[in-house]
Design a protein around this ligand. Structure first.
Ligand code: CA
Length: 171
């Protein structure tokens, strides 16, 4: 049976995508279509793209939320630094100007500078947060992000107006 033309087109796109990038773990050509258009300028800017690769090993590989609380939707993506392949997260605020990276060479809380231990994540909608094991509940300006090592530990990451902060939930 002959392949459908659309199948051949997809194969050609995959091949060209593989040629221009695709280290293991990077989002596929199709997955990149899920990225909002406004993220492009920030993710393709030299300062970011020369240092980081997007990574799609978590499912879903991006989460939407209003992390800085300005009323406009933002996204968070898993990234790796090109130099040492350390995992981290890039929060991309719609207000810009550039993604905020935690992990991937930037230490945060007990997460170290490599978030390779994270195996699940979910959005924590703006609202009251629980007290952690190291301090009182933070006041959230926007949505926050829960990251997990399942059956081991979890932490809440939230924007304090200047940077992302770590709030340990359990270990
Ligand atoms: Ca926002």
């Amino acid at each position: 049976m002959k392949p459908f033309p659309s199948f051949r087109l997809a194969a050609a796109l995959l091949a060209s995508g593989a040629a221009c990038a695709a280290a293991a773990g990077e989002p596929s050509y199709a997955q990149r279509y899920s990225l909002p258009e406004w993220t492009q300028a920030q993710l393709e800017a030299e300062a970011f793209a020369a240092r980081y690769l997007l990574d799609a090993t978590l499912n879903p590989y991006l989460l939407h939320g209003d992390f800085d609380g300005d009323g406009r939707g933002d996204v968070v993506l898993l990234v790796r630094d090109r130099a040492q392949q350390r995992m981290g997260l890039a929060f991309v605020h719609q207000a810009g100007p550039a993604p905020h990276v935690v992990g991937a060479g930037h230490e945060l809380g007990n997460g170290s500078d490599d978030f390779g231990w994270v195996d699940a994540w979910s959005l924590f909608p703006k609202g009251p947060a629980s007290p952690g094991i190291e301090g009182p509940a933070p006041t959230l300006r926007g949505d926050a992000l829960m990251i997990y090592r399942t059956e081991s530990s979890s932490a809440l990451l939230f924007w304090d107006g200047k940077r992302y902060q770590w709030h340990q939930q359990g270990d």
